[in-house]
Ligand binder design. Structure first.
Ligand code: TSJ
Length: 362
């Protein structure tokens, strides 16, 4: 997306609030309101919930960077959403390129690399604000509070436009970021949130980010409920939880866990065999569920088939060219595969298939 490039190369006249660069910013977010599906996939229930994930992803990046260990997602009365974390707080200093507080840029500049926008989807690595401006553009209103430097900074927006410039509204002894937004009824078919959908996705995020505590809260009258999730065992806990929840019988007590690191990527696998006749493969790339599989899943399958066949041959369990098929080897297997990489390429019908060739052999 080129919209934000224009801003970066424009000199801002701080005395004029409606200078050229600001107009460019507004045009950038207009694109989101014109074609919301390009940025969040759809304007149905899935798109509505996607807004929350876009915001939470920023807190998860902060956790991956090692500065945040708790995130709370709240559905408020009126189906507004609050996401709060205990990270360092979005930077508030004035950026030399734009003359604007970094906080404002995060919410008003369309960042490249949206999952549905064509570019690669980026997760960790200091790419703050990816998705925040999209959520802002599609919100009737959005407010952010940043606790940082002993101060509470606040800023407000409506449909992507600044309605209250960044101001200091109080003092604090902690750090963190809180964002509250109301999805724009002009943009979504329905603006009622499902606690179950959010809770399920947040539980998945908690499994995929070992040690991170994620709380979900529903404050809507008559629907009050809350959950707090933190799994020190990460994806090992995920496999254990699946087997417990479905009352599946396991055929060996220990869950097998393997992890490996490359220069710009990590891969983790947790697996356990059960008495079930079917296989269950859950794969993720950058915490995104890759329902269509991809190179990480194919690489795992090929490696498992080879390892078991080699073992069988070496130990005389498979005779004269006997070979187990991939399906044989995976019968009863539950496996969670999680890879994290800097430049994930998503392909396929629903952009949930990982294409990066390096992940096949990692
Ligand atoms: F979506 C969002 F951008 F609005 C958003 C960001 C929403 C929420 C709930 C949290 C966050 C967020 C961002 N939490 N933590 C951060 N961290 C940073 O943006 C950050 C802080 C410090 C530094 C640094 O280098 O000092 C760098 C970054 C990226």
């Amino acid at each position: 997306m080129a919209d934000n490039e224009i801003l970066n190369s424009t000199v801002v006249d701080a005395s004029n609030e409606y200078d050229a660069s600001e107009i460019q910013v507004l045009e950038g977010l207009e694109a989101v309101r014109k074609r919301p599906g390009m940025y969040i996939g759809s304007t149905s229930e899935s798109g509505l919930h996607h807004l929350v994930y876009e915001i939470v992803d920023n807190s998860i990046d902060e956790a991956l960077a090692g500065f945040c260990d708790e995130i709370t997602v709240t559905i408020n009365e009126g189906d507004t959403i609050t996401v709060t974390d205990n990270g360092r707080g979005i930077p508030v200093d004035i950026q030399p390129q734009t003359g604007l507080p970094a906080l404002e840029v995060v919410f008003t500049v369309l960042h490249a690399g949206g999952k549905f926008g064509g570019g690669g989807y980026k997760v960790s690595g200091g790419l703050h604000g990816v998705g925040a401006s999209v959520v802002n553009a599609l919100s009737q209103w959005l407010e952010v509070q940043v606790h940082k430097n002993g101060q509470i900074y606040e800023m407000k927006f409506s449909r992507g436009n600044v309605t209250e410039k960044m101001t200091v509204v109080g003092r604090t002894d902690r750090t963190g970021t809180t964002v509250t937004f109301k999805p724009d009824p002009e943009m979504f078919e329905d603006t009622v949130y499902s606690y179950d959908i959010l809770h399920t996705r947040m539980r998945e995020e908690a499994f995929l980010n070992a040690g991170l505590r994620i709380n979900t809260v529903d404050l809507r009258p008559g629907k009050e409920q809350r959950d707090s999730m933190c799994y020190e065992g990460g994806i090992v806990s995920f496999v254990e939880w699946i087997h417990t929840r479905k009352s599946m019988d396991v055929i060996h007590p220990e869950i097998i866990y393997i992890s490996t690191q490359g220069d710009n990527n990590v891969a983790e696998v947790a697996m356990q065999y059960t008495t079930s006749y079917s296989e269950m493969i859950l794969s993720f790339a950058n915490n995104v569920h890759t329902g269509e599989g991809g190179t990480h899943e194919e690489g795992f399958k090929a490696a498992l088939t080879k390892v078991i066949n080699d073992y069988g041959k070496r130990n005389g369990l498979l005779k004269d060219g006997e070979k187990l098929s991939g399906e044989d080897v995976r019968e009863g297997l539950t496996v969670v595969i999680s890879v994290k990489l800097t430049e994930a390429q998503f392909e396929g019908q629903t952009k949930t298939k990982l294409g990066n060739s390096e992940m096949r052999t990692l």
